[in-house]
Design a protein around this ligand. Structure first.
Ligand code: HEC
Ligand code: HEC
Ligand code: HEC
Length: 284
């Protein structure tokens, strides 16, 4: 692990330097089915990622040792790189075309001249094959194999005690939020106060969902933490006041909407959108 920490920035530098992303349109396609056997649950170990680390360590190893003039190890890492590159190219048939075995062999030949400039030059063509596949597929793979699904989560509504799907629960939260703001806008403060009670308990109940995916409680400092508590106290205070102050009320609505709803959506929803599109596609 330690080694990849040192090598990764170097490698990222090579990849970025030789492979600026060019396409303006980005397509997030579901990864090929055959990739699944290299990830949990089908495979115990995340074998695809392990393979990436092997190539990355060998690629970086060539340059570290060229700089140190440790040529024996240059050759070892170079041989290892082609070996692992070839192995990787056979793992996912749908992705075979991303690999350029000739570019890998040319790089090895250049590395073995022990001339760092030649090796650097030849690494460009090989590095591009890595970068092209990453650009096309990394987000998809993260979405598929690193993101749990919100669509499997159910929440018990504290207001009517019914258990419902997460997205339906969101709709309920959204309409109870509107119950508060619409009534306030109409000057119906009594109704707004009543709606706020239900809304607050529904919103805070979201805390129970975090642990479906997160293992530490620290994450609850966000979205459902102190900012949310502060916003709710502010709202309650205004609605209990003899003459509620609209400025304070809307300020707290904004705080909750931004640090609660919006920020949580920015982090969690993009992946959920993508998964939903794939699930709809699968059902067709
Ligand atoms: C856990 C963090 C989180 C918080 C906090 C949160 N949401 Fe959501 N919300 C989500 C996620 C994730 C989805 C997508 C769910 C899905 O795809 O099934 C979503 C979806 C929605 C939807 C769309 C539902 C649908 O069926 O399409 C609405 C509306 C919504 N949220 C409103 C709100 C409002 C209003 C608030 C604040 C009062 C809020 N959310 C707070 C995570 C959150
Ligand atoms: C055919 C596609 C493809 C090719 C070619 C490819 N990669 Fe990858 N690589 C991926 C995917 C997909 C991921 C994301 C894996 C994940 O996060 O689960 C990845 C991730 C990585 C990572 C990050 C691993 C981590 O722990 O997050 C490194 C480093 C890496 N690749 C190095 C390389 C190098 C070096 C090459 C070329 C010699 C290369 N890759 C070629 C598909 C490819
Ligand atoms: C469906 C699964 C899921 C649920 C439910 C969920 N999260 Fe997350 N959340 C993730 C994933 C995946 C990440 C990306 C990094 C990770 O795994 O922690 C993340 C990232 C975060 C981050 C960024 C910091 C970090 O740990 O990476 C915060 C903060 C966070 N979530 C808070 C929450 C809170 C608060 C809740 C409950 C209100 C919640 N999440 C519910 C899946 C989920």
């Amino acid at each position: 692990m330690k080694m990849s920490k040192i090598l990764l920035p170097f490698l990222v530098f090579i990849l970025i330097a030789v492979n600026p992303v060019q396409a303006k349109d980005m397509i997030v396609k579901e990864p090929p089915k055959s990739l699944s056997k290299y990830y949990p649950p089908e495979s115990k170990e995340p074998k695809w990622i392990q393979q990436m680390h092997k190539m990355s360590a060998a690629f970086g190893g060539v340059f570290v040792n060229l700089k140190e003039k440790d040529f024996e190890n240059v050759d070892k890492h170079a041989d290892k790189l082609v070996e692992e590159y070839k192995k990787t190219s056979e793992m996912v048939p749908e992705w075979e075309e991303y690999f350029d075995i000739k570019a890998a062999e040319e790089f090895v030949a250049a590395a073995k001249t022990h001339d760092i400039a030649k090796a650097g030059k030849a690494s460009g063509k090989l590095g591009k094959t890595c970068g092209k596949c990453h650009g096309d597929n990394e987000i998809s793979v993260w979405t598929k194999f690193h993101w749990p699904s919100f669509h499997k989560i159910k929440v018990t509504d504290p207001v009517d005690e019914k258990e419902i799907e997460f997205d339906k629960y969101m709709k309920k939260i959204s309409s109870s939020f509107k119950g508060v703001t619409v009534n306030f806008g109409e000057g119906q403060y009594g109704r707004a106060a009543k709606a706020l009670k239900g809304f607050k308990s529904r919103y805070m109940e979201l805390k129970s969902t975090c642990s479906k995916c997160h293992t530490t409680d620290d994450v609850k400092l966000f979205y459902v933490g102190k900012d949310a508590e502060t916003a709710f106290s502010g709202l309650i205070k205004e609605l209990n006041a003899e003459k509620p102050n609209p400025g304070n009320f809307w300020k707290n609505v904004g705080l909750l909407g931004k640090t609660g709803c919006k920020n949580c959506h920015l982090v969690h929803r993009p992946y959920s959108f993508i998964k939903e599109a794939w699930e709809a596609e699968d059902k067709k």
